[in-house]
Design a protein around this ligand. Structure first.
Ligand SMILES: [Zn+2]
Length: 93
């Protein structure tokens, strides 16, 4: 067992932290926006044209993405520090 970030050994899971980050799009109206029928068809056509130039992996990641693994204690606190910065908080974990 190793830390996903730095590769430190985590024998038997000792000193390991499980990490899981899931991002899920809310709402399902992207492909069926509100509006009159002509406007709806135009908007759907634009969406389909945009989707044609994007890989299936990018489309999936736009709707759902999961990161997970094990961290050592040092990387766990580094992740906390980065998340606090991302969230705009200064107090830390
Ligand atoms: Zn680590």
């Amino acid at each position: 067992m190793k830390c996903r970030r730095c590769g430190a050994e985590l024998p038997g899971g000792r000193g390991a932290y499980r990490w899981r980050c899931e991002v899920v799009a809310l709402g399902d109206d992207a492909l069926s926006p509100a509006g009159d029928f002509n406007e709806l068809e135009e908007r759907q056509q634009r969406i389909f044209e945009e989707l044609a130039s994007v890989s299936p992996e990018q489309i999936e990641a736009d709707v759902y993405q999961l990161w997970e693994g094990l961290f050592c204690r040092r990387c766990r606190f580094e992740l906390g520090r980065v998340l606090e910065q991302f969230l705009g908080r200064e107090d830390g974990i």
